[in-house]
Design a binder for this molecule. Sequence first.
Ligand code: MRU
Length: 345
Amino acid sequence: MRTVDIQPDRVRLIDQRRLPGELVILDCTDYHQVGEAIRTLAVRGAPAIGVAAAGGLALAAAALRDSPPDAFWAGLEAAAAELRATRPTAVNLFWAIEKVMDFARGQKGEPPAAVAAALHRFAVEMAEEDVAVNRRMAEHGAALVPERAGILTHCNTGALATVDWGTALGVIRLAHEQGKQVHVYVDETRPVLQGARLTAWECLQYGIPATLITDNMAAHMMRLGKIQLVFVGADRIAANGDTANKIGTYGVAVLAREHGIPFYVVAPTSTVDLRIRSGDEIEIEERAHEEVTHIGGVRIAPEGIAVANPAFDVTPARYITGIVTERGIAYPPYTVSLRRLMQGG
Ligand code: MRU
């Protein structure tokens, strides 16, 4: 099944908190449940949370379909506000909510039931479009992969982080399907372990040769010559190419530069935020300290120690070899190439 499946009366999600132990489906029947699923990482990954929020808005509209117009529009705006407040960093969330709300506002004057039906169809189309975009990105990115390559990736950017197929891991998956001899080095991705739990699971599902490493092993693997390429995803890309992605990505980029290894970001244009000039303007989500002090519910740090838990970091554009999007690959200077790509669509 798809990671996010929008149905008329529910948003069905693969519950990513339970993987790899169990494959459990989470049925969200109202938008509050969708918001909670986003906040608690039951659904995660920038494109997936955007589409899930779109599905949440469609559920909100469906619940209000028999209300008078004033109550319908006030309720829909309240749902959008609640969904926007779930996570701050991935711009796809805000992009998707704005896209749905712009479409909805264009139907003002129509009966609420008709708007609700149209919003459901719109959210389903967004989900379909996400898969198509991922496939196009994979085509562009796979052309960068040589016949034989060790590829390092960080966090989870596969089917689980999107509606289906994936971004950076989608590129690797296509290269593998094309018969290229790829071997993935999967960063475990502390503290939430998206690499160890989710990317490792996906690689096994697809039969892609992969080795799980802890985050602090990347430099060693590069020095041994095991890694020829790095592909990572993104949560927000500023106009100058600075890229927010899962905490630890910046370190990988610096290591790649030191070892002369190309470092590519793979992300749809919905992740590019031309309204901000640089990564300094990106809000970095700070998550619960228990994610750091505990592993699998077991405390590993003493009570009373101060803890920081930024969920993302910003990789300066100068470390990024290229940004692979569904419209092609942007190369430095990104201020020019990203703007051109965004205008071209
Ligand atoms: O906190 P998460 O798991 O939502 O963070 C996800 C990432 O950082 C991914 O690399 C990014 O969203 C790109 S997913 C295609």
